[in-house]
Structure formats: C-alpha cells, structure tokens
Design a protein around this ligand. Structure first.
Ligand SMILES: [Zn+2]
Ligand SMILES: [Zn+2]
Ligand SMILES: [Zn+2]
Length: 148
C-alpha cells in the first residue's frame, strides 16, 4: 500500500469517525431527556442503560469502570461545545466546571481527548451490558425506489 493510499484511507476514516461521534452525542443528548420507555430510536435504549449505569456506578469515582469512562468521555465532548446555562445533560455542568478549572491542561490534552472520545464511541457501539438478547431492530431508512 502506498502512503498516498494510506492517507486517503485515514482521512475517510476520520470523517466517518467524526460522524459517528456526532451521532453518538446526539443519541446521548436525546436519551438523557427521553421519558419514553418504548422509544423507537434504536440507540435510545442502549444509551439509557449506560446513563442509568453511570449514575449509580460506585466504581465511577475511582474511574476504574470502563463503561463509565467511555460515557464520561462522550459527556466531556458534549460539555466542551455546550454553553447552555441549564443544560439537562447529565454531568454536563459539573464537567464544564472542571473544564474551567483545568482549562490550560485541557487545551494541552485536546488531541488526546479527541482520540479518547473516538475510542469511546467505537467501544460504545460494540457495547453490550447485561442483556443476553442483543437483537436490535435497527430500521434502515433506505431511499425508496418507487418511481411509477
Ligand atoms: Zn428516546
Ligand atoms: Zn460504571
Ligand atoms: Zn450540556
């Protein structure tokens, strides 16, 4: 493989990853506010489970829970862009307070954080919590080919 091919591949990888980060953040932002137990968003159930886990997780404080680590990385990503005074996203306001305190440090670690967030998104996509039936009905929205 030539290095030119490699860099093209990396670029499209990056775009896809950024897209899945955005998608992941969007479902997270939805899930923390969603009160619908039968919500038809495919990601919603999973996100809700993860958020519920993190709210009650005891290992979170010592930051040695892999599930929480991933979710916190996503919350950080959200919090960095978020300027809402009364944001309802869990942990958003406390993360923002921390970001303020460690502003210089965070700026230095910006690249690292992005990489961590990407890993988190990828891990979350493959994440299965305690459920045995991981059969999810993901509805694919396909462009209909009906041109009569
Ligand atoms: Zn929902
Ligand atoms: Zn946890
Ligand atoms: Zn927020």
């Amino acid at each position: 493989m030539t290095s030119a091919e490699q860099s093209v591949e990396q670029e499209s990888n990056l775009a896809t990853r950024n897209e899945s980060i955005q998608r992941c953040i969007a479902s997270l932002e939805h899930a923390v506010q969603c009160k619908e137990p039968e919500c038809d968003r495919a990601e919603c159930h999973k996100m809700k489970r993860v958020v519920t886990h993190t709210r009650g997780c005891r290992k979170r404080q010592e930051s040695n829970c892999p599930v929480c680590k991933q979710l916190i990385a996503l919350f950080c990503y959200h919090a960095k862009e978020c300027h809402l005074e009364q944001c309802r996203v869990t942990f958003c306001q406390s993360i923002r307070r921390k970001l303020e305190e460690h502003k210089r440090l965070v700026e230095l670690q910006d690249d690292l954080t992005t990489i961590e967030v990407m890993e988190a998104v990828i891990n979350l996509e493959n994440l299965t919590l305690e459920d045995g039936s991981s059969q999810e009905d993901v509805e694919m929205v396909e462009p209909s080919t009906s041109c009569s």
